[in-house]
Design a protein. Sequence first.
Length: 324
Amino acid sequence: MKELKIGFIGCGGNANGHMNQLAGIEGARVVAVCDIQTERAQSAAEKHNADPYTAHQVLLERDDLDAVYLSLPVFAHGQPELDVIERGLPFLVEKPVAINMDIAHEVEAAVANAGLITCVGYQLRYLGSTKITQQILQGRTINMVVGKYWCSTGHGDPNAWLRQMGKSGGQLVEQATHTIDMMRYMGGEVETVYAMQANRFLKETDCPDANSVSLQFANGAVGSLTATWAYAGDWANANVLDLLYEGELLNWNPSRVLVQEDGEWVDKTEPGPTIDEVFVEAVRSGDASSILSPYSDAVKTLAISLAANQSAQEDRPIAISEIL
């Protein structure tokens, strides 16, 4: 088995999670890591026996890389991806793919022109609970999709990039993108959104801390999403979906599926591959068919988040076609 040598641009929490997963995959090895914070790069390099860098351009000068991971803040996407594409390397990039559609479209076009294997970190698509849900919904008429993402991550340093609208896009772009993506993946493409936002509690930020979004799906279904990062409770209310289909109800979260069948709740679970296993195998084989979240698809999820922000700002429904 050919050993895949992988580089990392960004060594934060998400990146470390991927590095740890890769450490358990036979034939995959992290050989180079980069972060603008020297301590982060050094720490990751020591843990994974890799070479540290503080400039991704220097990392990309290596001639032994087979693939690259990009785990960056929202505002930092764009040039690093273009530099990786210029090197002709397959890449996995964390979500969301950009802070605006101009950057997303530029990278998307470059990917298409280069014909590269890409994967975006919407790992919830690969879960066993998601596979079961799709099997249950196959051929059924979906009436309504209701999602929520309630958590407390908006608390903290008011100067952090996460709490600056111009750097993170707010919760709908940076965080609840997972829920939006699952609503798309399970319910179908979205045509129109109408959103309302408020800042009710976290006053030292220009990001809203309460989001309510209505969605019209192309297949005729309707949906709603509520998102807040001012909730001080646990994570049980983050990334939760209720799907009403015909006369039945399905409740999904990453760990399991609850299906209401003839008035009884049935709990369904099964294991699924990690996104890292899927990406490594796709790079090794050259076959991207198992990747459920290529870059071009992730751009559509970003468009919904941006359309929701625009809708709230302009107080009108926004057609996704206006954004895409």
